[in-house]
Design a protein around this ligand. Structure first.
Ligand code: SF4
Ligand SMILES: [Zn+2]
Length: 495
């Protein structure tokens, strides 16, 4: 393993470095310092330049000058140079920073770009670990792992004003990168790309990256992935043939499913690129935002990592994240990048923007340009509503298109009530059903649970007598597989 060679021969670092440290968490009480993170600011950025010179530079204090338990703005800029380096590799090389930090004993790195979050634990600090060591590790791993990189400069900034100044420049670079795939679509290409870099944390997670769907970490778009797989075909990013399209709107492709099945070790049988409700993509934990189903309005909310308040469900981003991370495929929840919201295929399999009902104000302002104009004022934020009831009222008042769907749902409900009454009539007359069972409403939704507004189970269900009818109303059900039998007995099987 190149790490042993690298750390043993080239460097003098007081802690261990290697994959065995991946997945290590640094909790509050063990933390010596926190760098960037949700309560501060910072970023990481890799750039291809002409003239890197193998230097490691610290602008601001190293951690031995920081107070124990403190928090500091933080930036890492990695400049690389080499003959075959293209700008398109920047995103993928930048994503490597995440892995490298996590290889270092006692260091935890979460997220990416301008949401990075680093903690260093007391043990490693006491062993003598400093930022300059981290800079050296980044430099050596870049050069060791990517032979086409000839020189690397690592600039670590902890001076708050300097971080702030450079942060704006970095954001502009991220924006430009994301814009490069704007005019490219799934129908224009024959291959997609997959990434399994996060399997050390989420063993069944596979990101499928298409021109319309950048990776959920927000760090790798289609062109980044293409450049990475070209330069390192055996690496964590690989080509996926598109194969035959099974469902164009949801974005289901047979060959993609085969690769996802194989790379998830058989855990995930199929994914729909553009659906939250039906076979959503798996989520590792690095997602920039989560789209989540709100059964009471039959629509969706979107919450991003930066939002610290509660969603209308009464829970914050962190709790939602816990429900759908780790490489799981959880119907009703899907981790994604903010850039995906700018895609014309943004969850089109579920109705796209027409079903988005809530998002944090800051995020809404951020993506305002891509929200269909007539919907902008119909999507609520934390400033408009704070719970489901208020959300329902807001959507009604503003005439959100989802409300029309409620009306048709109400017709179904009405019909169901009529059927119930009818059955009661039968009961009185002793002609039909003996009893009607209800499973009472529950507002909790977690894990692999789904919520059904109204659902009839067929006579004889679960071995009950065929004349016992079961109707589920707003029921939360935990299932591995559902088979819904429609009128005419055509079967629609879903995992
Ligand atoms: S989130 Fe996806 S694309 Fe990003 S590093 Fe992880 S596996 Fe790769
Ligand atoms: Zn991840």
């Amino acid at each position: 393993m190149f790490f042993n060679r690298l750390i043993g021969e080239n460097m003098d670092i007081p802690v261990s470095v290697g994959p065995m440290n991946e997945g290590e968490r640094v909790r509050g009480p063990d933390m010596y310092v926190e760098l960037a993170g949700p309560k501060s600011y910072g970023f990481e950025l890799t750039r291809v330049v002409d003239n890197a010179s193998d230097k490691v530079e610290i602008i601001g204090k190293d951690i031995d000058k920081m107070e124990e338990g403190s928090r500091t703005p933080f930036a890492v800029i990695v400049n690389v140079s080499g003959d075959s380096l293209e700008e398109e590799l920047e995103g993928v090389l930048e994503r490597k920073i995440h892995e490298i930090f996590n290889y270092i004993e006692g260091v935890m790195h979460l997220n990416q770009r301008d949401s990075l979050w680093v903690r260093i634990n007391k043990d490693s600090f006491n062993k003598g670990l400093r930022l300059k060591h981290i800079g050296e590790v980044i430099k050596e791993v870049y050069k060791g792992e990517f032979p086409f990189i000839k020189h690397v400069d690592v600039i670590i900034i902890t001076d708050p004003d300097k971080v702030k100044e450079e942060l704006e420049k970095a954001r502009e670079i991220y924006r430009k990168r994301d814009d490069r795939t704007k005019n490219l679509h799934e129908e224009d290409v024959d291959v997609f790309y997959g990434c399994i870099m996060c399997q050390s944390f989420a063993p069944t997670h596979v990101c499928v990256i298409t021109p319309d769907r950048p990776a959920l970490c927000g760090g790798i778009n289609y062109l980044d992935a293409r450049a990475a797989s070209k330069i390192d075909p055996e690496g964590a990013i690989f080509e996926i043939p598109k194969g035959n399209c099974i469902d164009e709107v949801k974005g289901i492709y047979d060959a993609v499913n085969d690769v996802v099945y194989e790379k998830s070790q058989g855990a995930i049988k199929a994914i729909a690129l553009h659906s939250v409700l039906d076979k959503p993509s798996t989520s590792c934990g690095c997602f920039e935002a989560i789209t989540f189903y709100i059964p009471e309005v039959d629509g969706f909310g979107v919450v991003d990592r930066k939002f610290k308040g509660e969603t209308p469900l009464g829970i914050p981003f962190s709790v939602l994240a816990g429900q759908c991370s780790g490489g799981q495929q959880v119907e009703g929840f899907c981790g994604m990048s903010i850039a995906y919201m700018k895609s014309s295929k943004f969850f089109q399999g579920d109705g796209g923007w027409e079903r988005i009902t809530w998002m944090p104000k800051e995020l809404k302002d951020n993506v305002k340009d891509v929200i269909p104009e007539d919907l902008v004022d119909k999507i609520a934020t934390e400033e408009d509503v704070s719970n489901i009831e208020e959300l329902q009222n807001f959507l009604k008042e503003r005439g959100h298109p989802i409300v029309e769907k409620w009306e048709s749902m109400a017709t179904v409900e009405e019909e169901s009530t009529m059927k119930e009454e009818h059955m009661e009539e039968y009961e009185e007359k002793g002609e039909g059903a003996e009893s009607v069972e209800y499973i009472e409403e529950s507002t909790e939704s977690q894990g692999s649970e789904i919520t059904v507004p109204t659902m009839y189970l067929p006579g004889g269900f679960g071995g009950l007598p065929s004349d016992v009818k079961i109707i589920l109303k707003n029921a939360v059900i935990k299932v591995e597989e559902i088979i819904i039998v429609r009128e005419g007995n055509s079967k629609n099987k879903d995992n």
